[in-house]
Write a protein of this length. Structure first.
Length: 199
């Protein structure tokens, strides 16, 4: 578990990296808490303010590097390399709020059929990764909460994110992994950071 101070540091560091990059300044490595030396999956999400429309989201689902280094990479990528959106401009940052999601390592779900799979997923607790062959897709734990989805819809949209058909999960040949995460986000641009409760 990460503390509220850890979450606040993560969000402020992500914003600092983005604004320095967009302003053409060298990206320093702000000193974060000691826990940022450990590896963890991390996602940075940018939303417009006040309407909270998605503006960029990039991250690592696996704990492949220290949080501090991962934050630097994914924060800049969310602002400049999300293929769904044009790069963010520096002046936009006055009307963007930042969320950072810190993840637990993904665990593979063993299931015997569709009903068994449904019983193993909890909305508000679990994020999902779907994999089949060369296809894969990930949805964070907060996504089904924000959209009001049940477990079936969550599975269908995770399959769609992976480039599969929405009913692919019913066939029993998709590998699913679940993970949990803590979401820390700004309420207003550059404002107070709070943990979002997903349950």
């Amino acid at each position: 578990m990460f503390t509220s101070e850890d979450g606040s540091s993560a969000v402020r560091i992500a914003r600092a990296h983005i604004e320095r990059q967009l302003g053409g300044r060298p990206i320093s490595t702000p000193h974060g808490p000691k826990v940022f030396d450990q590896p963890s999956g991390v996602f940075v999400t940018l939303n417009t303010y006040p309407d909270r429309e998605l503006r960029g989201c990039i991250g690592y689902s696996e704990p492949i590097m220290a949080i501090g280094k991962a934050l630097r990479e994914v924060a800049v990528a969310a602002a400049t390399r999300d293929p769904r959106f044009p790069p963010v401009r520096l002046k936009e940052m006055d009307s963007i709020v930042i969320d950072v999601t810190l993840l637990t390592p993904p665990e593979r779900l063993e299931y015997s059929g569709p009903d068994d799979l449904l019983s193993k997923i909890v909305i508000g607790r679990d994020g999902l990764i779907a994999r089949k062959g060369f296809y894969s897709g990930l949805l964070l734990p907060q996504v089904p909460v924000e959209w009001g989805w049940g477990v079936e819809e969550f599975l269908s949209h995770t399959c769609l994110k992976a480039g599969l058909s929405r009913d692919e999960w019913k066939r029993g040949d998709v590998e699913f992994q679940r993970f949990s995460g803590q979401v820390f986000g700004e309420r207003v641009p550059r404002g107070e950071v709070a943990e979002e409760k997903l349950g």
